[in-house]
Design a protein around this ligand. Structure first.
Ligand SMILES: [Zn+2]
Length: 103
């Protein structure tokens, strides 16, 4: 996956379009990411014991990676990502607009 934990991303689709946030978790299997402050969903809860209160709580929900773009920390633009292999065989991500290595 092109997006990883701790990346800063820009939301490009959906109700949070235009917002930025840091990736809290990545779910490569599902192609989804959880982004700080993005995609709050309302959940109705019932009181369970003493801990939870009945009512509506807001939770962050994962969004699909196709709805976010990685923000390049060099040129500060939403980056199209390419890959490059280093001499030691490591594969790193490269910003296609400024050609800087992102990893
Ligand atoms: Zn860049």
């Amino acid at each position: 996956m092109k997006i990883r934990k701790d990346d800063t991303v820009l939301v490009i689709a959906g109700k949070d379009k235009g917002k930025k946030g840091k990736v809290r978790f990545a779910y490569p299997k599902d192609g989804k990411v959880m982004v700080e402050g993005i995609n709050f969903i309302k959940k109705h809860t019932r009181a369970r014991g003493r801990v939870r209160q009945a009512g509506i709580i807001e939770l962050e929900a994962p969004i699909h990676v196709s709805n976010v773009m990685l923000l390049c920390n060099r040129c500060n633009h939403p980056a199209r990502i390419g890959f490059r292999f280093l001499e030691d065989g490591r594969r790193v991500r490269v910003c296609r607009s400024c050609h800087e290595v992102i990893d």
